[in-house]
Design a protein around this ligand. Structure first.
Ligand SMILES: Cc1cc2nc3c(=O)[nH]c(=O)nc-3n(C[C@H](O)[C@H](O)[C@H](O)COP(=O)(O)OP(=O)(O)OC[C@H]3O[C@@H](n4cnc5c(N)ncnc54)[C@H](O)[C@@H]3O)c2cc1C
Length: 447
């Protein structure tokens, strides 16, 4: 323990060391090569790609193959990384961060890139051996080691994290039952039709799916022996993964003047309500261009881009966030799905829905005032990136909306002026995939 040490002074302090934090560090260094930059993370690793955790658990990636940046990134960029070290308290007035190690750091500009914490319901038995969450590399390592002696697992929650851990466990030869409280899997990112295709695909892969129920208790002595559903039904298992969601990690804002709604509220410059303090990523509630409001959108790419905006602003270059939205490119059990924005219109009267389902392929776009506000592509998802690009750029698609779902949809469908503009703008989504969705997809597939 290093108590009562003299405070370390830093120009920039970043709490966190993942997508948002790295985005900020890179942007800071583009502007300010020499300002002292310190990052603190309670995880004992260099930054790694969280979306690849399932591949790590399945034995398809090593830690080195998951690194977000090369191991010498910190040295190359003159960054002091204090890893395996938690910031336990902030004093905003005097700009001091207190670390669990006893060290204190004073800052000039601060970024809270603290991500999320898994929701763990208060139910009997959650503290038994064999019960896990799936958020960190340490979680994946703990599950991997326990799974060697496990035969059956229950995954509580049929969302993106639940399904990704299900696929990994299945690859390890473990029989999995998913218990989902709502009436369908992936209900926060897909519409009913796509959820039913995803669910059918899970069943065909041998996964048992129970919807409209939840786990009320985990049974066993010291070790997990099963779960009891709210219906009273018991399901034997020796491993339970709780994947019912993630909440913004806002503990450092407790008793401060930083405004928190669901997440840490930031403006278009990723600035919090407290001067000199910024936030981004899963911890933050930033602008969502589909809803035209601040929302928590726990997406890797949004965290990275939001981090970059924060970094530029921290270094004094005023840069505006154009907003993000929910977007996912999933590939589980051989089924490709891309979805973004509001996939189920909340206001049927003002929205137009164009959809097509044929030979197992499903495509749908939701339009409001001829602007795409939501999309779902199942199986052939190659054209989803172009549609996402239109959605992100708020393009009026009135003259070619009937072509959005065509097999050969592409630039040829665009009006001439838009086509010329797209050809002039790199990364504007004219390729088979937009830069944005394509990057998420590459990350997930590990290409
Ligand atoms: C299993 C899984 C699969 C996913 N798949 C996808 C996907 O396919 N596509 C996609 O877009 N997104 C996916 N995500 C979500 C994506 O990983 C997150 O959106 C992204 O990691 C958010 O980045 P972040 O920088 O905001 O925070 P995080 O990645 O959560 O990192 C925050 C870091 O800050 C540290 N920290 C927090 N508080 C403190 C403190 N007080 N002191 C020190 N350190 C602290 C945390 O320990 C953590 O290391 C997935 C997430 C998981 C868990």
């Amino acid at each position: 323990m290093m108590a009562n040490r003299q405070a370390i002074g830093t120009e920039y302090l970043i709490i966190g060391n993942s997508a948002g934090a790295i985005g900020a560090a890179e942007a800071l260094r583009e502007v300010d090569r020499h300002g002292v930059l310190t990052m603190v993370s309670d995880e004992p690793y260099p930054a790694y790609c969280r979306p690849l955790l399932a591949k790590y658990l399945a034995g398809e990636r090593t830690v080195d193959e998951m690194l977000f940046r090369p191991a010498d990134f910190y040295a190359q960029n003159d960054i002091t990384l204090l890893s395996g070290n938690r910031v336990k308290r902030l004093e905003l007035d005097s700009r001091v961060a207190h670390l669990e190690s006893g060290e204190q750091i004073t800052w000039n500009k601060l970024l809270l890139a603290t991500g999320g914490v898994p929701i763990v319901p208060k139910m009997g038995g959650v503290d038994k051996k064999g019960v896990f969450t799936f958020l960190t590399l340490e979680d994946a390592q703990a599950i991997a080691s326990f799974a060697r002696n496990a035969g059956r697992a229950v995954v509580v929650g049929g969302g993106l994290i639940g399904i990704s851990v299900t696929e990994a466990l299945t690859k390890l030869g473990i029989g999995v039952t998913i218990v989902e409280m709502k009436d369908r899997v992936l209900n926060t990112i897909l519409d009913e039709e796509a959820s039913s295709i995803a669910e059918e695909n899970l069943r065909q892969a041998g996964v048992a799916v129970i919807t409209n129920h939840t786990v009320s208790e985990i049974s066993g002595q010291a070790f997990t022996e099963g779960v009891v559903l709210d219906s009273g039904e018991g399901i034997p298992c020796d491993l339970v993964v709780i994947a019912i969601g993630v909440l913004p990690r806002t503990e450092l804002t407790l008793n401060t003047e930083i405004r928190v709604n669901r997440g840490i509220v930031v403006d278009l410059y990723m600035s919090t309500s407290y001067p000199g303090v910024y936030s981004c990523g899963d911890a933050a509630e930033a602008y969502d261009f589909v809803y035209a409001a601040n929302r928590v959108t726990p997406i890797w790419l949004n965290a990275y881009i939001g981090g970059r905006i924060a970094g530029h602003n921290m270094a004094g270059i005023r840069t505006e966030y154009r907003g993000g939205t929910t977007m996912n490119a999933l590939s589980y059990f051989g089924l490709d799905i891309a979805a973004a924005g509001a996939v189920t219109p909340s206001d049927e009267t003002n929205c137009e829905v164009i959809s097509r389902r044929q030979d197992g392929i499903y495509r749908k776009v939701v339009l409001r005032d001829d602007v795409v506000t939501g999309m779902v592509f199942v199986r052939e998802i190659e054209k989803s990136g172009i549609v996402f690009g239109l959605m992100r750029d708020r393009t009026n698609v009135s003259s070619f909306k009937q072509g959005l779902l065509a097999d050969d949809f592409g630039l040829a469908y665009f009006p001439e002026e838009l086509r010329r503009e797209r050809l002039r703008t790199p990364g504007s989504g004219v390729g088979s995939r937009s830069a944005a969705l394509g990057e998420v997809e590459r990350l997930v597939s590990g290409e």
